[in-house]
Design a protein around this ligand. Structure first.
Ligand SMILES: *Cc1c(COP(=O)(O)O)cnc(C)c1O
Length: 704
């Protein structure tokens, strides 16, 4: 049984009886992907809603008691409250789709989750994919339980100096206002478990996030019972210290398994999102040997058949590889427990192409799991080539499930509500059907244009407001304020580039020929502006150099304030950008981008995609729903030229071709085509249906 104890560490203020349900709503991220949920809190107190950074818990804690009482007398608020609370209850109690009762859950393991900015336990794409998977599983009623890590110090908060160099600081989780609850043990104490086979023993405490109907359990080593060094295991995401990272992954895989056991959650399928949690496979082998009395080989076979491994990178170098010595130090007792010798144990992590390099976590996943997938069609072709030698000795090639995005999370509220009207309120259940999207023709041209314009104004206001605050409160350097977007103009054609600042994504490609770009940007009648955002990994100096180049361009008076770099990219910034820019630029070096998802978030909001032929784009591009940069092979100079020509000859003339009604009809046609062709296919629902059809249903007894 899943632990349903509602006890919580989050002390919400005593709410009047009439609106008690507000607390329940605040403690479940469901509100964050429902326009009506968000609206309810906005209605409660617009000022505090904004002030709290759209965090209902923080907001309720700040609400004066008398104000909480007085809203109970406001008819409009109470009507909205009763409506939203009923929606929430109906959602939580709906058992109509995949009933949890009929089948054992799927245990989903990932090192990071991107859910909301109040829970900074993500670094980027992998986390948002995992977050969207949990949200969609909740919407579909799939029996999934999530396992992850609490990172008390978060990932990294980006601070850029006037020289354009990225400095980082921690972004600690504020446990008092994050929607994270303590999980309690039978005695009513905060649940603490031992992770075996680490010497000395490491203890983890267990927390929980409610993602609609899905429970996500987080492990935390930052407790007093641990030695200082052990407390730091979970301090930050992807710690560069390899020894510590290995211990992190032992805690995630093996500790995560222990959590499920302690909670009494039996599960039918183990889904590993990337190699970080792959040690869970060994623990599962132990389970079948110890609890079901299987022999080693049988247990390995059962675990292989019932586990899924999803790989997310075509970069062989981006996988975690550990010294055999380090593995030996931690696992000697462990392989004895499994009845293996050292050689056999190590063999699970050895890459046949370079056997001496160490124990490779991706190899462990690929070797053990019979079910493996890449995250786009193109990525599958690349991955099968990279791991060819290894795969020739295992049973199945790497299949693919192209990523998708959770539509209710990423769609702008106006568009969402317009679709409610056109498609009917139950449309989300049919969101992956191409037919319903034909009806987008019913949205008027002016509505599409104007809605997007409103989102663009919001984005520009948001960016300027952030700079304004930093300027007045933190006293930042004027050169930094200048570069961060104070001169942005919502009437100008806007290109956005927001993703991790790293070499293969070529964030500075559009700056290849500065003089040519200046001419394009400063075209007096038809200017463009470019907004950049993205963090470099703290130890990625080449990535930081590219960021610096962009930041310097943003400070260059020759660009007239039309290039901006928005600091500290995260979920909140992403939401404004994907809804507000006109064109989303994507320039990966082929074939390094496994999939990419931010472009999907933009495309469903009618921010047109301008991309190299990599990741998901080959599956989406139809000649009318965006533009293609360069050819099948990347070349910086040629690709930059391709971008300039597209902007000069197609994008700028089309955008500024204002006709009747003061907007471009041709542009709106492309916007409509973008929504219509991308939303169904790149929805998280389509993705989860693929996971069901290809893996979950064939492997388990999951029934509709
Ligand atoms: C979607 C998203 C990502 C992933 O973007 P890519 O296209 O994979 O680069 C990263 N960060 C944030 C904040 C996102 O919302």
């Amino acid at each position: 049984m899943i632990n349903k104890d509602p006890s919580t560490n989050i002390a919400l203020p005593q709410l009047p009886k009439e609106i008690e349900g507000l607390g329940e709503i605040a403690l479940n991220l469901w509100w964050s992907w429902n326009p009506k949920g968000k609206n309810l809190f906005r209605l409660l107190n617009p000022y505090l809603w904004k002030e709290s950074g759209h965090n209902p818990i923080a907001m309720l804690k700040k609400m004066p008691k008398d104000e909480l009482e007085s809203v109970c007398a406001q008819e409009r608020f109470m009507r909205e409250y009763r409506y939203v609370y009923a929606l929430f209850k109906r959602y939580m109690n709906d058992k109509s789709v995949y009933s949890q009762k009929e089948s054992l859950p799927i245990a989903y393991f990932c090192a990071e989750y991107g859910l909301h900015h109040s829970v900074p336990i993500y670094s980027g794409g992998l986390g948002f994919l995992a977050g969207d998977i949990l949200k969609e599983s909740s919407d579909m009623g799939l029996p999934v339980v999530g396992i992850g890590f609490m990172y008390p110090q978060g990932y990294v908060r980006q601070i850029i100096g006037s020289d354009g160099w990225q400095n980082g600081t921690n972004e600690p989780i504020d446990r008092d206002v994050a929607p994270i609850e303590r999980v309690l043990d039978k005695e009513g104490e905060h649940m603490v478990l031992e992770v075996p086979f680490i010497d000395p023993v490491v203890y983890v405490s267990v927390w929980k996030i409610n993602v609609g109907r899905i429970e996500l359990y987080l492990l935390d080593t930052d407790i007093e019972k641990n030695d200082p060094w052990d407390r730091q295991i979970s301090f930050r995401l992807y710690t560069p210290d390899l020894n510590q990272r290995l211990r992190q992954q032992i805690v995630l895989g093996i500790g995560g398994y222990r959590v499920l056991e302690e909670l009494g959650i039996e599960y039918s399928i183990l889904h590993l999102n990337e190699g970080h949690p792959a040690f869970a496979l060994f623990e599962r082998v132990c389970y079948f040997m110890e609890k079901e009395s299987l022999g080693l080989e049988e247990a390995v076979e059962v675990v292989g058949k019932t586990s899924i491994f999803t790989t997310h990178t075509p970069l062989a170098a981006a996988t975690d590889i550990y010294d055999f010595d380090a593995i030996g130090k931690n696992f000697t007792d462990y392989w004895k427990r499994l009845g293996m010798d050292k050689e056999r144990f190590m063999s699970f992590g050895i890459n046949p192409d370079s056997p001496s390099e160490g124990f490779n976590m991706t190899i462990l996943g690929l070797k053990m799991c019979h079910n493996k997938n890449a995250v786009s069609k193109k990525h599958a072709q690349v991955a099968n080539k990279i791991w060819k030698t290894l795969l020739s000795s295992t049973n199945k090639p790497i299949d693919y499930v192209t990523n998708g995005v959770h539509l209710p999370t990423w769609l702008g509220d106006e568009l969402f509500e317009a679709l409610d009207k056109i498609f009917g309120e139950e449309w989300l259940q049919m969101q992956d059907m191409l037919e319903i999207w034909e009806r987008i023709a019913e949205l008027e041209d002016s509505y599409i244009w104007n809605t997007h314009y409103v989102n663009k104004v919001r984005m520009v206001n948001f960016i300027r407001e952030r700079v304004r605050r930093k300027w007045s409160k933190e006293g930042i350097d004027p050169l930094v304020a200048m570069a961060e977007g104070v001169m942005l103009d919502p009437d100008v054609l806007t290109i956005g580039f927001a993703r991790r600042m790293t070499e293969y994504k070529r964030p500075d490609l559009i700056l290849h020929d500065i003089d040519r770009l200046k001419k394009i940007v400063n075209n007096y009648a038809q200017p463009i502006q470019i907004i950049f955002a993205g963090k470099a990994h703290p130890s990625d100096n080449p990535g930081k150099k590219r960021l610096q180049k962009i930041f310097k361009a943003a400070q260059d008076p020759g660009f007239c304030g039309r290039i901006a770099f928005v600091e500290d990219y995260g979920e909140d910034v992403a939401k404004y950008l994907v809804r507000g820019v006109d064109v989303w630029l994507n320039t990966p070096k082929i074939p390094m981008e496994a999939c990419g998802t931010s472009g999907m978030k933009a495309a469903i909001n009618a921010s047109l995609h301008l991309s190299a032929l990599d990741g998901w784009w080959p599956e989406a591009y139809n000649g009318k729903n965006g533009w293609l940069i360069g050819g099948e092979i990347s070349d910086d100079a040629q690709d930059a030229t391709s971008i300039y020509e597209l902007i000069e000859k197609e994008i700028v003339p089309l955008y500024y071709n204002f006709g009747e009604g003061n907007f471009s009809k041709g542009w709106v046609d492309m916007m409509r085509e973008s929504i219509k062709t991308m939303a169904p296919h790149f929805s998280a629902k389509r993705m989860m249906k693929d996971y069901l059809d290809k893996f979950y249903i064939p492997i388990s007894d999951l029934k509709k």
